[in-house]
Design a protein around this ligand. Sequence first.
Ligand code: SAM
Length: 227
Amino acid sequence: MSIFYIVATPIGNLGDISPRAVEVLKSVDYIACEDTRTSGKLLKHFGIATQTFSFHLHNEHKKVAHLMNILNANQNVALISDAGMPGISDPGFLAVRAAKQEGHTITVIPGPDAATTALIASGLPSDRYSFEGFLPHKKGRQKRLGQLAEEERTLIIYESPNRLIKLLGELDKYFGGDRLAAVARELTKTFEEIIRGSVSELKEEFENRDSIKGEIVVVVSGKGYSE
Ligand code: SAM
């Protein structure tokens, strides 16, 4: 039986990689990367020369078979994504399920993820939360927003910068403009920014900007929360 490592990597600041993550990435037989070119830079930075292969969300089903062949040949593999924790809005789940079914050992090397980093930075309740990842783009989006408006736990939503204003408009419509929320942008990077306010205040703030760049997490307080 082999070991399948799931290794978290930085979401921006390279200083956030753990010594254990580097050690594991150096010691395994292969590293499965969401994008071999993106991860190549990280691996080079840390002097990791392990052989890589691509393991992308679009070919996850096909690549799982390849991964199982390697594990079944008694070789250890580490999975990394472009940033953060594999399996969190990134490939990972299918591979872990298959490796478990084949009887391999799963070892997670914990580390950064944008969701919990944004949650804590938001100053909104973190005792109970619901991670929503990216909302559906078209089909089912309005229905999901309607359901989420009733959720009492804090919500964590991933969004691209060019859809942020649209999302804030939808939150205004479904949740109401008074709902407390936070926009966390470029976490752990040089231009990190966490802006907290009501949904309508946040909407106004970002509508008044010439451009919105970088990676974004929106944290929304649950229904009924007030300060
Ligand atoms: N696996 C990653 C994790 O553990 O958070 C998430 C990968 S998902 C494909 C990418 C999304 O995560 C971005 O669109 C953004 O919503 C969020 N994200 C990743 N890095 C971020 C950062 N440094 N600041 C804010 N959001 C980030």
